[in-house]
Design a protein around this ligand. Structure first.
Ligand code: ADP
Ligand code: MG
Length: 236
């Protein structure tokens, strides 16, 4: 199929040296992530999920191979360019929300765009995640699920090309986790945003276009629910 992916990993690997010991966190992997797709990453603890996600988003630099983002090899970027790339093109959502405690929900969201030199309507973004009425609350006044919604609104504030979510439901109960995953699915379907989610919540199997399983630092399998290119072509 002649279709340029948003991200392409070519023989990407990541090794850590711990004194005498070498840890191969990620063995050489090839992977294409398509524009508009919802990709789930599953796998046991220590299998390389976070390593893979961080390499996709330029949070980490591979020890082998290259990462093409929109056709550009980000592994060739210097530190400054890589920082700009992350700031402008990548939205991250973490397990523990990482909101700034002394800023309100709205301020947390608006600050993310300011870092990029833009202004956004924090209220409109909070409305998207169903939290308009919590705009003036501080993180400590919000439930875990609400904090994660604010974190998702914050990630969207910079209008990134891709949303990378590392165990976004890891600190939430099962039902709240499902609500957060549904929100991410809506963002994928309604906004056409490319979304990658690392999760242990099995409901993702019914939501994602593709389900990638990691094992021992390798891609064990990729199951296809709906071919992302075809799915996205039909949608817009
Ligand atoms: P997962 O997210 O699937 O739990 P990780 O990608 O965090 O797995 O880790 C994969 C492997 O790489 C693990 O064995 C882990 O201990 C190792 N690893 C990850 N980060 C580092 C690091 N900064 N230094 C050394 N080893 C690391
Ligand atoms: Mg991890």
């Amino acid at each position: 199929m002649d279709y340029q992916p948003l991200v392409e990993l070519v023989g990407v690997s990541r090794r850590y040296s711990l004194g005498e010991v070498e840890v191969e966190a990620l063995k050489p992997v090839d992977l294409k992530i398509y524009r508009g797709e919802l990709l789930a990453i599953l796998g046991p603890s220590g299998s390389g999920k976070s390593t893979l996600l961080n390499l996709i988003g330029g949070m980490d630099v591979p020890t082998g191979g290259k990462v093409l983002f929109d056709g550009q090899d980000i592994t060739e970027f210097d530190e400054k360019r890589l920082t700009l790339f992350r700031r402008h093109q990548v939205g991250f959502v973490f397990q523990f929300f990482n909101l700034i405690p002394n800023l309100t929900a709205r301020e947390n969201v608006e600050l993310a765009a300011e870092i990029k030199g833009e202004k956004v309507d924090g209220l409109a973004l909070l409305e998207k995640v169903g939290l308009r009425d919590r705009a003036d609350h501080f993180p400590s006044q919000l439930s875990g699920g609400e904090q994660q919604r604010v974190a998702i609104a914050r990630a969207l504030a910079k209008d990134p090309e891709i949303l990378l979510c590392d165990e976004p439901t890891g600190a939430l109960d099962y039902q709240t986790g499902i609500q957060v995953l549904s929100l991410l699915q809506d963002i994928n379907r309604e906004m056409g945003k490319t979304v990658v989610i690392v999760t242990h919540n099995v409901v993702i199997g019914n939501m994602a276009h593709r389900i990638l399983r990691m094992r021992d630092g390798k891609i064990d399998s990729i199951a296809v629910n709906e071919h992302p290119v075809e799915a996205c072509r039909l949608r817009w």
